[in-house]
Design a protein around this ligand. Sequence first.
Ligand code: NAD
Length: 262
Amino acid sequence: MSEDVEHRVVLVTGATSGIGLAIAKRFAAAGYTVAVNGIETDADAAPALAEIAAQGGKAEYFGADLADDAQAEALACRVIERLGRIDVLVNNAGIQKVAAIEDFPSTDWHRIIAISLDSAYHTIRAALPGMKRNGWGRIINIASAHGLRASAYKSAYVATKHAVVGLTKTVALEVAEAGITANAICPGYVWTPLVAAQVADQARVHKMSEEDVVRNVMLAPQPTKAFVRPEEIAEMAYYLTGDLARSITGAAISIDGGWTAK
Ligand code: NAD
């Protein structure tokens, strides 16, 4: 599609923080209108929204709790109603919980699946008819290295991210001839508030100091021994929307410092 990106709309779920915020800023800088989703109130999301809008594009906030099926189902429809279209859909919202399977609370189990997997099912279903009409669309699901490999104490997260990769592949096949691609990005450890919040939990279950958790647990599987930066994920997401990426579909793209090379 050679259409000016100024007319394009990207919806990024979980865009008020971390990787989603970096992606929203990258698309805003390219001139997209950015539909920013998060769980925060309008007031709490305002600083992130201002940061995104400062990049140059337009940004509007669509608060929704994606753990709630009705709100997740309504989100993409609200965006289309307000902004007219969704050209690029980035399913990024996600949470983590670290606990042994026997101790894993079922509320956390269901919440993790709902936020990352069920919400992607809803947004994809709502966005596809418009993408098909336009003959162009990009679906980018932020999975994880945990969509390809497991780690102990993360049963719900690992199961969900594997499922997100499976969903991505299936959608890619269904829309392959419609000018639409669907890909998963699988980051290793990226230093964001989600990861920072895990350090204390991991220290507890592994019975280690927080410094040892960072060095010997988190970065242990990442051969570069360095966190990925959110901007590196954002740049790949943007690349996937370019004309030269039109043949990349159904892929699980690792950005993990070599983790899954092992
Ligand atoms: P983060 O905690 O910095 O941001 C999470 C975002 O999700 C926020 O914008 C928040 O508002 C939103 N969110 C949380 N619960 C929500 C809900 N119920 N409804 C709507 N929005 C909700 O997280 P992050 O580290 O940037 O992670 C973003 C994505 O990247 C997640 O899917 C995560 O699994 C994935 N990921 C992260 C890493 C990492 O190391 N940080 C690695 C691989 C994959």
